[in-house]
Design a protein around this ligand. Structure first.
Ligand SMILES: CC(C)(COP(=O)(O)OP(=O)(O)OC[C@H]1O[C@@H](n2cnc3c(N)ncnc32)[C@H](O)[C@@H]1OP(=O)(O)O)[C@@H](O)C(=O)NCCC(=O)NCCS
Length: 184
């Protein structure tokens, strides 16, 4: 059986994307409880025990090993080794050569290009070494920084659905980045 030990961290210019250890659950809890971070996310009450259990379960997996469940990677500063946020990825159960991603940067570290750098590095890995055909991100239309990150990282909007999300009417936007294939 594979485990996180089989996964080599994804290395970007200033960041590393690597699996969490269970003891780091408190870091996730701290920034997810920030109302500004939670505003456009659908995760509801942040339960430390649930996050610990999720991280524990991920220790016996690698990202994208099975379709369906999310896998969270810590976004870590190479300079300080501190966690600045996380990215999540799940292979679509109905489309196993595609994945959905999510991303969060803690407020103290926002506005420095970390979101863009982490998402770009994750997608480069998913569409390169991991050889997926496409990656999607579903973004609340009110979430301007998240839209900016997706567009900075090379995503294009492919769908807009008027709906209710986090208690208010809004548009949910689906962004996509596809594997670029060489023209024969
Ligand atoms: C979305 C998020 C990850 C961005 O992280 P970040 O590290 O600050 O992102 P970056 O620094 O790479 O880029 C932020 C972009 O948002 C833009 N931005 C920031 N505030 C903005 C605003 N109010 N209106 C428009 N654009 C805004 C910045 O100008 C920048 O774009 P640019 O590089 O084209 O100038 C972060 O805000 C976050 O974690 N938010 C809460 C969780 C969340 O909503 N995640 C997305 C779920 S899909």
């Amino acid at each position: 059986m594979q485990s996180v030990a089989d996964f080599a961290p994804i290395v970007a210019e200033r960041l590393l994307l690597r699996p969490f250890v269970v003891e780091e659950a408190r870091v996730i809890v701290a920034y997810r409880r920030d109302p500004a971070v939670a505003r456009f996310q659908g995760w509801g009450v942040v339960d430390p025990g649930e996050i610990e259990r999720d991280l524990e379960a991920m220790r016996t997996r690698t990202p994208c090993d099975v379709p369906g469940p999310w896998f969270q990677l810590a976004v870590v500063s190479r300079a300080t080794r501190g966690i600045v946020g996380d990215v999540g990825v799940r292979v679509l159960a109905e489309e196993p050569d595609a994945a959905e991603i999510g991303y969060t940067i803690a407020p103290a570290h926002q506005g420095q290009g970390y979101g863009t750098e982490a998402v770009s590095a994750l997608c480069d890995w998913l569409l390169g070494p991991r050889a997926l055909a496409r990656v999607i991100a579903v973004v609340d239309g009110r979430n301007a920084p998240s839209i900016a990150v997706a567009e900075n990282a090379g995503f294009h909007r492919i769908a807009l659905v008027e709906t209710r999300h986090t208690g208010a009417p809004t548009a949910l936007l689906t962004y996509e980045r596809r594997q670029s294939r060489a023209v024969p």
